[in-house]
Write a protein that binds this ligand. Sequence first.
Ligand SMILES: Nc1ncnc2c1ncn2[C@@H]1O[C@H](COP(=O)(O)OP(=O)(O)O)[C@@H](O)[C@H]1O
Ligand SMILES: [Mg+2]
Length: 248
Amino acid sequence: MAKPDIRIEITDVCHQFHLNDRFRLIIKDLAYCFNGPLGLYGLSGSGKTTLCKILAGIIKPQSGDFSLVKLNGTLAKPAVVYSPQFPEKIFLGVRVSDTLKQIMAQHPLGEEIKFRLIDYLHKFSLDYQKIENKSGFELSGGELRRFALALSLSLSPDLLIMDEPTIGMGPKGKQQLCSVIKDFQENYHVLIVSHDFNLIRKICRQFWILQHGSLIFSGDLEELNAQHAIKEQVGIHSFEKVYCFSDI
Ligand SMILES: Nc1ncnc2c1ncn2[C@@H]1O[C@H](COP(=O)(O)OP(=O)(O)O)[C@@H](O)[C@H]1O
Ligand SMILES: [Mg+2]
């Protein structure tokens, strides 16, 4: 079955953290329909994680309106999963098999999640049996990240947001992730967040760029290529024009 289109509409969204008056996320007006993998780029501290958490419903913005709808006739809210930048904050102290049991008990896919997880872990060269009895703090950083990514992929949401998915991954891990996303995005929407533009330009068809809490670009690579001032501001130097997944 074809994936339903997803539309995001944002009007005057503003968010500031308690006791932090140095940062404010402000998105004035954005109407966006997913059209291929979306890459969110910005320098560290530009607000990428904050925006993603708002989209995933984890943070409620202080003001403004935003909606995410499926354009399949129902305008239902899409299922959104946020794969965190810091999985260690979530999985520490809990055994992998217990985390999985808890999720399977609550999710409509039930036991199927375990089969998918085993399969995704395998694609990341990780054996489920090797980690099932370990708690989060017994996993290496790389194992933890691969487990978090494999689990979020296994949930098969309408929209999967992956926040800095390649942190701590070597070239082989990056290659494996790109190939997994290549298959996944055929059936589901993905938003990939990274401060590494070279990574997302290989995976994504559309790009958002954040700077100091403002969205300063939304468009494809060709449009971005023409925006010399923006590229300069965010430190993206000349990059080769590539087609999605062409060099993976
Ligand atoms: N819970 C929080 N409390 C206070 N400040 C925060 C909190 N989370 C993030 N910030 C600050 O908000 C800014 C944007 O953070 P973030 O969205 O994580 O940026 P990015 O993901 O682009 O690196 C940063 O200056 C960060 O220090
Ligand atoms: Mg971040």
